[in-house]
Design a protein around this ligand. Structure first.
Ligand code: SF4
Length: 344
């Protein structure tokens, strides 16, 4: 019989566990402490619980950590870990070290339902939601866990399509009984569906990054067909109806595609759309995926695009391309691994 995993449970879920085995509620905090602060790897290490209680826990539960199956290391220091989840599916986790920070990019689903036409993960189709255990295990089970300063939910999948497990993982990361991180160290990246964003802003103080890719609805829905009946203006109205704290940041992700969304018309459109909003635009150079007709402009063109936005009063930055030599595009490595298994 497969045991239930303790790692990835919220405090309320741990209280349920303690009730099931007849422990007082306060033991849930002790267990959370072992899991998220002392980072133990076996129930035996919970030495402030009696042996009888530990044995009782062990009969149904395990800590539930799993090591990555492989890692690819880029010349620029970026690493891509591959984890096995959900009965032989693969997900990717990228570690991006910089001078003063180390960012971990985690996946929230295996595959994705959203079908963005430029995305390798989208081509895999949807394979399943990750649990909070599987999301946080990407942090806990890599050798660099202790140096990670920031987490971005920008790996495989649409995080707000797996709302419950993503919110549970954020609660564990930010709660004082959990890892105790500031929400400002965490960014959740979303394709930008209105109702999930409303729910997220009601429940979380973490940063939100919204995929924009064009200021024009028709072009946006060609790149992200899920937006066929969604207007970006409606989403902005929802965001503007929230009084966000100074610490909570809304940003827009803008993958620059050569000849598609990189013209002066787009700069003017972005300025019209976002000119009065407190936000920033992250310009991202497209990472080529095999068989894709999309091309990335060069870094110089991206910088001109950024400068033109800045000149119009919009804060824009160009995200430096990392890990090109190990298949930077999200979904590439896991697709290769899955195909390898099929051909064996
Ligand atoms: S870009 Fe994100 S939302 Fe779109 S298909 Fe890829 S993983 Fe899904």
């Amino acid at each position: 019989m497969q045991k239930e995993k303790l790692y990835g449970k919220t405090l309320n879920e741990l209280i349920d566990v303690t009730r099931k085995i007849g422990l007082p509620g306060y033991s849930a905090r002790q267990i959370a402490d072992w899991l998220y602060k002392k980072e133990i790897t076996s129930i035996n290490e919970m030495t402030n619980l009696s042996k009888k209680i530990r044995d009782s826990l062990k009969s149904t539960y395990e800590i539930g950590l799993s090591a990555p199956v492989t890692v690819a290391v880029s010349n620029d220091g970026t690493k891509k870990y591959l984890f096995k989840v959900l009965n032989n599916k693969y997900i990717e986790t990228a570690l991006i070290p910089e001078a003063k920070r180390a960012t971990l990019c985690v996946s929230s689903q295996a595959g994705c339902k959203m079908g963005c036409v430029f995305c390798m993960t989208g081509r895999q189709g949807f394979q399943g939601n990750l649990t909070a255990n599987e999301i946080l295990n990407q942090l806990r089970s890599i050798p660099e866990a202790g140096i990670i300063t920031n987490i971005v939910y920008m790996g495989m999948g649409e995080p707000l399509d797996n709302m419950t497990e993503v919110l549970n993982s954020l609660e564990i990361l930010t709660a004082e009984w959990g890892y105790g991180w500031s929400p400002s160290r965490i960014t959740v990246s979303t394709i930008g569906l209105s109702e999930p964003i409303r729910e997220f802003l009601e429940k979380s103080r973490c940063h939100l990054a919204i995929s924009l890719h064009s200021p024009f609805n028709e072009e946006r829905s060609e790149l992200m067909p899920i937006h066929k009946n969604n207007k970006i203006e409606d989403l902005l109205n929802i965001i503007n109806s929230f009084e966000l704290s100074k610490q909570q940041r809304i940003s827009f992700e803008y993958i620059l595609f050569s000849g598609i969304n990189d013209s002066l018309r787009h700069i003017k459109g972005l300025s019209r759309l976002l000119g009065s909003m407190r936000c920033r635009i992250n310009i991202i150079l497209f990472h080529h995926v095999p068989g894709s007709p999309f091309r990335s402009p060069g870094p110089a063109e991206a910088e001109s695009f950024r400068d033109a936005l800045n000149a119009r009063g919009i804060t824009a930055t160009v995200r430096r391309s990392r890990g090109e030599d190990i298949g930077a595009a999200c979904g590439l490595l896991s697709t290769l691994e899955q195909n390898k298994e099929k051909n064996e």
